[in-house]
Design a protein around this ligand. Structure first.
Ligand code: MCA
Ligand code: AMP
Length: 481
């Protein structure tokens, strides 16, 4: 079975089957343009895509997938430090861009044309391997994506996501959410993460639902889109809930789905009151895709992410390594197994060894509780050094290292402080040894890494609290923040 089952007919088509930031495409137009692109990337070790929310990005991603070439989405605002690392580590030789756009030294620009000749009329696209020009389906174990995601320290790690994991996850979510070709999916999430790209684009191309990408995930854009199925991170939902008329405009939707970070209970309740329906909350990770969710036909409990999706198994393990009872009270580290899991981190044998238990379970690093009824509640993260801000995963170590690159910074410690809008906000405590302002340091990080990794607040201090071993006491900093 093909990964993008709905791309090649059988699900009907429409001139506006996909609307990406105002640009409408039929599925046939997408298939033609992507097939033409696939002919130019086939055989490349990896295809990087400058992942702005555009029709070109969607075309490039689909082209890479058709050709069986691993796709490496590059955050469009990533600065040189992050960008150079991702391009080098992934081994990408091509970067999909808009026609006429320049790339950086060391990587070849691949302009994405939105017009392509018919893919299924006699092989005119030049794609090898089958009659009609369509590509043979690559093996399910082949890598669909290399998705870069932050760890507690160091540069981001490239998670290798097999095609089979994407297919298994989308099918499990379609079952949990009764997601079909009758739906119109609406969201405005970035296209370089699982949420916006795998669920938010490939989901539509597998289920056959229409897709409206709003460019930005603003309450007004969601309200105006008239969809049946909406995706958002909690920051998006809390902004919708604060905008009464936008929230009421969603009352005709079938399902509002939240994920990527904990949905605060007051936001859940306000959304339910204003739209007439309780949101679905689901839990996931770049490395595992979406593994636990409440169901369209089941209970939607505030503060809970529900039950494992089809094929996924979960367990809780205590600090001593022993199993934790499913009593709704005892916390443990959540571990996962199943067909939606990644194949490992690229070029990171140590991280791979640390991530898996001897008996083959993936350690999420999330702390959870499971009730006797099987409902899962995510309590927090085991490490203070992984921050979730606006649904983005940000490693404290990566931001600290960028700050230390500034000539006026002697040392820095970064924490995620509670924030009503973003869930957590990146706050940096910095020991400066020269003249520098917080704004300058914020801009420095935004330029070198990604804008969303920048500190929202910089506190200049004379010293950092440390324990006897010299380790910074982040809990103390959090109390101050
Ligand atoms: C601000 N800006 C700056 C600076 N400060 N630019 C340069 N330098 C600066 N110092 C600009 C930004 O570029 C942006 O411009 C604008 O100001 C606003 O920035 P920001 O405050 O970051 O945006 P926001 O509106 O507050 O963002 C909130 C958001 C965003 C829209 C909710 O955080 C977001 O899209 N989150 C989604 C993250 C996500 O998809 N995570 C999924 C991970 P401009 O407006 O021009 O861009 S996958 C996952 O977690 C798993 C699998 C799961 O479970 O889903
Ligand atoms: P990422 O790698 O960006 O996909 O981030 C994955 C992390 O996001 C998980 O390990 C969790 O800490 C967090 N996360 C995702 N969904 C939820 C949720 N519904 N509730 C709480 N945390 C979540």
């Amino acid at each position: 079975m093909r990964l993008l089952t709905a791309l090649e007919g059988g699900f009907g088509d429409a001139a506006d089957a996909l609307v990406i930031d105002g640009h409408a495409m039929s599925r046939e137009q997408l298939l033609n343009a992507a097939t033409a692109l696939a002919g130019r990337v086939a055989g490349a070790p990896a295809l990087a895509v400058l992942a702005r929310p555009t029709a070109e990005t969607v075309t490039a991603v689909v082209g890479g997938l058709l050709a069986g070439v691993p796709v490496v989405p590059l955050p469009p605002d990533s600065g040189p430090k992050e960008r150079e690392y991702i391009l080098r580590d992934s081994g990408a030789t091509l970067l999909a861009v808009r026609p006429g756009e320049q790339t950086w030294e060391g990587i070849e620009a691949l302009p994405v044309e939105l017009t392509g000749r018919a893919a299924r009329s006699g092989g005119s696209s030049g794609a090898p391997g089958s009659a009609g020009g369509a590509y043979p389906e690559p093996a399910p174990e082949r890598t669909a994506f290399v998705l870069y995601t932050s760890g507690t320290t160091g540069a981001p790690k490239g998670a290798l996501i097999p095609r089979s994991a994407v297919a298994a996850d989308l099918d499990a979510l379609a079952a949990a959410w009764q997601w079909t070709a009758e739906d119109t999916l609406v969201h405005g999430l970035p296209l370089f993460h699982v949420h916006g790209l795998v669920l938010g684009v490939l989901g539509a191309l597998r289920t056959g639902s229409k897709l409206v990408h709003t460019g930005r995930p603003t309450p007004g854009a969601y309200a105006g889109a008239r969809g049946s199925l909406y995706f958002g991170v909690p920051t998006v939902w809390s902004r919708v809930a604060a905008d009464e008329s936008a929230a009421r405009a969603l009352s005709g939707a079938r399902l509002l789905v939240s994920g990527s970070a904990p949905l605060p209970v007051p936001v859940f309740e306000r959304l339910a009151a204003l739209t007439g329906q309780a949101p679905i909350e689901r839990y996931g990770m770049t490395e595992t895709l979406i593994t636990v969710s409440t169901r369209a036909d089941g209970e939607r409990r505030p503060g809970s992410v529900g039950l494992p999706v089809e094929g996924v198994r979960t367990r809780l393990v205590g600090e001593d390594g022993a199993p934790v009872p499913r009593d709704g009270e005892t916390v443990g580290e959540l571990q996962l197994a199943g067909p939606t899991l990644f194949a490992g981190y690229l070029n990171r044998p140590e991280a791979n060894a640390e991530s898996w238990t001897a008996d083959g379970w993936f350690r999420t690093g999330d702390v959870a509780v499971i009730g006797p009824d099987g409902f899962h509640r995510i309590v927090g993260r085991a490490s203070v050094d992984l921050i979730k801000s606006g649904g983005y995963r940000i490693g404290a170590g990566e931001v600290e290292s960028a700050l230390r690159d500034h000539p006026a910074v002697a040392d820095a410690a970064v924490v995620g402080a509670p924030d009503a809008d973003l869930g957590q906000a990146v706050v940096a405590y910095v020991i400066a040894e020269g003249e520098v302002t917080g704004e300058q340091l914020t801009a420095f990080v935004a330029e070198r890494l990604s804008v969303h990794k920048r500190p929202r607040r910089v506190v200049l201090v004379d010293e950092l609290p440390r324990n006897a071993m010299g380790k910074v006491l982040k809990k103390q900093l959090l109390d101050r923040a």
